[in-house]
Design a protein around this ligand. Structure first.
Ligand code: HEM
Length: 539
């Protein structure tokens, strides 16, 4: 046995742990290079024969001592997050979390963990999941924590970052343009109306007695609508009755890769080198550029569209964004605004069709508000449907389209110490999730948390229910909350009003309605399986 090689390999393993713990790298590229060479260099330095057996010993002992030291430290009471409970496997590595995320069931896994361990759970060596409304509000609002490394995923560093990845002044600048775009939502009413009416027409043309996949049709609606708003009307998927651009697949595989990478961000630099990943990022960049070029060539479908604002066509900013810059935001508009709204629409229809009483109340409210068909286009009347609004809130509570509330927030390393948040100490280097799916289902915030009870949102309700509205944050909170939330509500309100005025909707024969929620997955935004219904024209 080569005892000096053994002791040096152990010591080198421990030294590497101490070094990389203190100077945590941003990317695994350089550390992996060092870690793969060091045991061989050690043999060269110690002298003696360079045999296969000595190499094997050096590598095994070096990697073994490094891994054991990391595992023991992460489980030890000396780790800064030692006071937070959580499963041992999560304390040791994020790989388990990444595997759960890859299956799309992260929201359900987090719910189980919080049920077992309470509102603060250690979900990774340096990661917490928090479902405390006060803490979430402090983290997300001004003066809270900044965005974590999660937001670097899915982007090639050579491409301009979209609003979602930015912080500080760069974020504020883009946010001003987005705020202008969302300041006068009435400008977009004609587009919502046109697409909602087209949706109803397309649905009415489906052969009688066939099952219609509402989840798919809602996606086509939102793609067409956002295509109109951001890029001058490019997709026309409703007309074709299918996702002709494969946009759904592109978005879903992009997000799936992003959340897996978001769980183990140090792998980012390596992962981005894979041709498959480069291709996917490139595809998105090309799509954005192509759509932007199309919009510039053809102009807007109506006076001032979203592109007009995000590309600053009015020239209000000192420095106009480049085409690439604006295209990056245009793509965010398609991604952030289509799948989320489609999910809300599908979940809402599922909730209504599953709850006959609520369905009838919504239908009655719509019939009372819009006595003649022409009234439907009067968007000011849409807001009068207060029970429908309550149903929208209740759906957002139960099925938030961003189940984990976006990416992580972080107390970055070397940022001047940890932070006190709602009476708890969050040490430097900690990433934090605030899964709304779990927060919204805490029984001490909302009574009967798993039930669809829209009345809890009505001021006139005489139900004596616990109702903590500050724990309701489907659109996140603070300066980087969802800038499109009012547009989303406006779209959903309109589509449901047009749809329920035109049709009776029931689950299709043989469709297992009760099992539909099991098809919901969390890939940053939620995805869902087909929602098969039967539509009957109302008289
Ligand atoms: C039901 C529909 C929607 C839901 C539940 C939703 C939810 C969210 C959430 C949770 C965030 C924060 C993400 C994070 O911090 O990582 C967000 C950000 C954002 N959303 Fe939405 N969203 C919806 C619809 C829309 C629509 C219709 C638009 C645009 C037309 C939009 C545009 C954006 C943008 C641009 C951001 C980034 C804001 C910033 O960084 O300042 N969203 N959304």
């Amino acid at each position: 046995m080569d005892s000096s090689l053994l002791s040096y390999a152990i010591a080198l393993g421990l030294l590497n742990h101490v070094y990389f713990h203190k100077f945590e790298p941003n990317s695994a590229k350089i550390p992996l290079l060092f870690l793969s060479l060091e045991p061989a260099v050690l043999i060269l330095c110690l002298g003696g024969p360079i045999s296969f057996l000595r190499l094997l010993l050096s590598y095994t002992v070096f990697w073994g001592s490094l891994s054991l030291s990391i595992v023991l430290y992460r489980l030890s009471p000396f780790h800064p997050l030692a006071q937070y409970p959580g499963p041992a496997i999560s304390k040791v590595s994020k790989l388990w979390g990444a595997a759960v995320a890859a299956r799309g069931k992260r929201h359900l896994y987090l719910k189980k963990l919080h049920d077992a361990y309470g509102p603060y759970v250690r979900t990774g060596p340096d990661e917490l999941s928090i479902v405390d409304a006060t803490a979430a509000s402090q983290i997300l609002n001004a003066g809270g924590l900044v965005k974590g490394r999660f937001y670097e995923t899915g982007r090639d560093p050579s491409t301009p970052p979209p609003i979602l990845s930015l912080i500080g002044e760069a974020h504020a600048k883009k946010r001003r343009a987005w705020n202008r775009a969302m300041a006068s939502l009435r400008d977009y009413d004609p587009v919502i109306q046109k697409r909602a009416m087209q949706l109803v027409t397309c649905l009415g043309e489906q052969p009688k007695g066939t099952a219609v996949d509402l989840a798919l049709w809602f996606e086509l609606f939102t793609y067409d609508f956002m295509g109109d708003l951001a890029f001058g009307g490019v997709f026309e998927m409703l007309q074709q009755g299918k996702d002709t651009h494969g946009l759904g697949n592109k978005i879903h595989s992009f997000f799936a890769a992003s959340i897996i990478l978001g769980n183990i961000p140090w792998i980012l630099g390596l992962f981005n080198l894979l041709p498959m990943v480069q291709r996917s990022i490139q595809e998105f960049n090309d799509l954005g550029q192509g759509l932007a070029t199309h919009r510039i060539k053809t102009g807007a479908t109506h006076a001032k569209d979203l592109w007009y604002h995000i590309a600053d066509e009015e020239g209000l900013e000192k420095q106009k964004p480049t085409l690439q810059d604006a295209a990056a935001d245009g793509i965010v508009a398609i991604i952030a605004a289509s799948d989320t709204v489609a999910h809300l629409l599908a979940s809402l229809m599922w909730c209504l069709v599953s709850n006959d009483q609520c369905y009838k109340r919504v239908q009655q409210e719509i019939d009372d508000t819009f006595v003649v068909e022409d009234d439907l286009v009067d968007f000011s009347k849409h807001q009068q449907c207060v029970f429908l609004s309550a149903c929208i809130n209740e759906t957002l509570r139960l099925f938030p389209p961003a189940p984990v509330n976006g990416g992580t927030r972080q107390v970055h390393l070397n940022s001047g110490g940890g932070r006190d948040i709602a009476g708890k100490y969050i040490p430097e280097g900690t990433s934090v999730y605030m899964p709304t799916y779990v927060l919204h289902r805490r029984s001490d915030y909302f009574s009967r948390p798993a039930e669809f009870v829209p009345d809890r949102w009505l001021p006139s309700s005489d139900l004596a229910l616990k109702h903590n509205a500050s724990a309701f944050m489907p659109f996140s909170q603070g300066p980087a909350n969802c800038v499109g939330q009012h547009l989303a509500r406006r779209e959903v309100q309109a589509v449901i009003i047009f749809l329920l005025k035109a049709f009776e909707v029931r689950f299709a024969e043989g469709f297992d309605g009760a099992a539909w929620t099991e098809t919901v997955c969390d890939y940053f935004t939620a995805t869902r399986g087909p929602l098969l219904v039967e539509l009957t024209r109302r008289g």
